[in-house]
Design a protein around this ligand. Structure first.
Ligand SMILES: C[S@@+](CC[C@H](N)C(=O)[O-])C[C@H]1O[C@@H](n2cnc3c(N)ncnc32)[C@H](O)[C@@H]1O
Ligand SMILES: O=C(O)C(=O)C[C@]1(C(=O)O)C=C[C@@H](O)C=C1
Length: 247
């Protein structure tokens, strides 16, 4: 994957455009997400470990909002269940192109990786096949809030017995003090990773119209409304968390 450092918001912009997963973001994405999301490498690697516990023979593992394929590759490294294959879906053409390049490179270096298909498409319009694992790793927060329950219901309907949805998201907090504290600590995390005050502020205004985080309580309620029977948080670092939802 690209090693280019994220300097996208380093210079003052007359007007900060809404954040989009375009060519510029794709070029710096591995660096951006690692320096912006506390716990990201741990979540991705362990998503593979968790998935191996839920994968059912001859089923599909979905990576929805796959970006450059980091989760797909973790699934392919860890899942050994017979007949499983991965379907990665993203609606950014630039992401999909680079994701295919990366996964082809991995296939040429390593044998016995699970087969993978990378689809350029909208996860809201996807016809789901029976699946044992569905990963939504920091993707649901970019889906319009009024579309989220319907998407989760369709994922629930596609999940096989013994399977799971793994959902990672930035969180907001209903308690104002808790929200302010964890937001400040996230800013400190970004600063410690070399982002300037200007970069942090401009990125914040770029994402505020396009990324709408929910609270843990909202996630739990929505997942239950979508038909899931159990919601288990397995990771939280500052205001970023990952949940297992059982069908
Ligand atoms: C924060 S990134 C996900 C990171 C990635 N899962 C990982 O762990 O490296 C969100 C991704 O979701 C994709 N996305 C957003 N809305 C989508 C939609 N409706 N359908 C498909 N992909 C979508 C974006 O293009 C972007 O690549
Ligand atoms: O909350 C922020 O400040 C972020 O930068 C988060 C976040 C994310 O959670 O996806 C936003 C956009 C980029 O994809 C990388 C990180």
């Amino acid at each position: 994957m690209s090693k280019e450092p994220d300097r996208l918001f380093a210079q003052p912009l007359a007007q900060v455009p809404d954040f989009a997963f375009n060519e510029d973001v794709v070029r710096v994405f591995p660096d951006m997400i690692k320096r912006s999301v506390p716990g990201y490498p741990t979540i991705v690697e362990n998503l593979g470990v968790l998935a191996a516990q839920f994968a059912q023979p001859n089923s599909v593992l979905y990576d929805l909002g796959s970006s450059l394929g980091a989760v797909t590759q973790a699934l392919r490294r860890h899942v050994r269940t017979d007949g499983c294959r991965v379907i990665a879906v993203d609606n950014s053409a630039a992401m999909v192109e680079r994701c295919r390049e990366y996964l082809n490179g991995q296939d040429s270096m390593f044998q016995e990786l699970l087969p993978v298909e990378v689809i350029e498409g909208d996860i809201l319009a996807l016809a789901f096949q029976p699946a044992s694992v569905v990963a939504l790793n920091f993707t649901l927060q970019f889906i319009a809030p009024d579309q989220r329950t319907a998407l989760l219901s369709r994922i629930h309907q596609s999940l096989l017995p013994g399977g799971a949805l793994i959902l990672s998201e930035k969180l907001r907090f209903n308690d104002p003090e808790e929200h302010a504290l964890l937001t400040d600590l996230h800013v400190a995390f970004k600063r410690a990773n070399g982002y300037s005050e200007l970069e942090i502020a401009q990125k914040r205004s770029a994402i505020e119209n396009v990324m709408k985080p929910d609270s843990l309580e909202e996630h739990r309620e929505r997942l239950m409304a979508a038909g899931f029977s159990k919601v288990v948080p397995w990771f939280q670092c500052l205001n970023f968390a990952s949940l297992i939802a059982l069908p």
